[in-house]
Unconditional design. Sequence first.
Length: 130
Amino acid sequence: MNAAIADRACLLFLRGWTVRALEKHLQTPRSTIHYNLKKRLGTKSKSRSTRQGALRIVEEHLKDGQMSSRQKAEVRRWMAANMQRIIEIDEAHDTRLLTAKAEKELARQECGSRSDFRANLFSIDGGGHA
């Protein structure tokens, strides 16, 4: 598997594709895909369900509808050109980066409310709170 295909497989995997779907799409054996994903994304200890990383955050912004088609294409070209470096930086830092969706879910769990946590945190109720 050449580097360009391996980077594409990583990007699709981070977007939620399964290894089986990648196998069919790329017409590449699962063992080769597993090997390249492990090599580029690290071991299973940093699973995609807990490991957010910069790529997931960028993907979320690409899907949120706030960028023009031209901007999205430019970001995707940049991501493809810098995939290995982005993955290396993510792997070098253990800080958990959260997508906006993950941040809202964490706030809901911690604050016990489905509303935006900032509204509860900074509410002005006239009760003398700053």
